[in-house]
Design a protein around this ligand. Structure first.
Ligand SMILES: [Zn+2]
Length: 257
């Protein structure tokens, strides 16, 4: 898939980076990323991924823009209140980069549709804001064998991690948070608050990891949790471990009880 003259100009600042170059840019062009949630995290990640030339983006979000979203979701304008986020985000991508094929899915992700919506992607970026959905997306990604970039932000704290739970001995998101939250459908962001610029920082960092993974820039450090504190302005890293008894990725056979 050779790059056109327009693409050579558009991605000139990538092409001169030895870690990206023509090979990395073509990998980006050939990639297909699913983004679950076009809220604060998605609004940080989507412009970066579109600008970087990821060839195909699927944007899954069943919500409509609410006035309280505008404090942290720069994809949307005041006039967009009441409109479906997936379609607005897709229109933004199309205007930002016509080389990106974008598919909006204006539906909430559920156990009934998750596998169909997330199949046939190279990477899933989850920026949703409740544990039940995050565990559903994680379990689905593990079963499909698709790597998961999980990103979240609340109050002043952000966290991002890449999971390859489908690979032997690597943790999945469920190994990290456990089974206690499957019924937790509350909107933690609404309950606890979140600083507006934090979600953009975390979403943009998630996009940086996605671009590194797809372009093959560096070892992808699956299982490393990146934590950002917006009060102390520090990043920390924690190594997560696989839970052998994890009901999604675990090696222990639990069926005999
Ligand atoms: Zn697991």
């Amino acid at each position: 898939m050779p790059l056109t003259d327009d693409e050579l100009d558009r991605y000139a600042r990538h092409l001169v980076l030895p870690q990206v170059g023509g090979v990395g840019q073509q990998r980006l062009k050939g990639a297909n990323i699913a983004i679950v949630g076009a809220g604060g995290i998605g609004a940080g990640a989507i412009p970066a991924l579109a600008g970087a030339g990821v060839g195909r983006l699927t944007i899954i979000d069943g919500d409509h823009v609410d006035l309280s979203n505008l404090q942290r979701q720069p994809l949307y304008r005041t006039d967009d209140v009441g409109q479906p986020k997936a379609h607005l985000a897709a229109a933004f991508v199309a205007e930002r980069n016509p080389h990106v094929a974008v598919t909006p899915i204006a539906e909430r992700i559920t156990p009934a549709n998750a596998a169909v919506l997330l199949a046939n992607h190279d990477l899933i970026l989850d920026g949703t804001d409740n544990f039940a959905t995050r565990l559903l997306v994680s379990d689905t990604s593990t079963r499909l064998g698709v790597p998961l970039l999980s990103a979240a932000a609340q109050q002043f704290q952000g966290q991002v991690a890449l999971f390859r739970g489908h690979e032997q001995g690597r943790p999945c998101y469920r190994c990290f948070v456990g089974d206690a939250f499957d019924a937790d459908d509350c909107d933690t962001c609404a309950e606890l608050g979140v600083l507006g610029a934090l979600t953009g920082t975390v979403g943009s960092f998630a996009a940086l990891l996605a671009i590194r993974i797809i372009a093959g820039i560096a070892p992808d450090a699956a299982g490393t949790l990146h934590l950002f504190d917006g009060l102390s302005l520090t990043w920390r890293r924690l190594n997560l471990v696989a839970d052998p008894s994890c009901r999604t990725c675990g090696s222990t056979d639990m069926t005999d009880g």
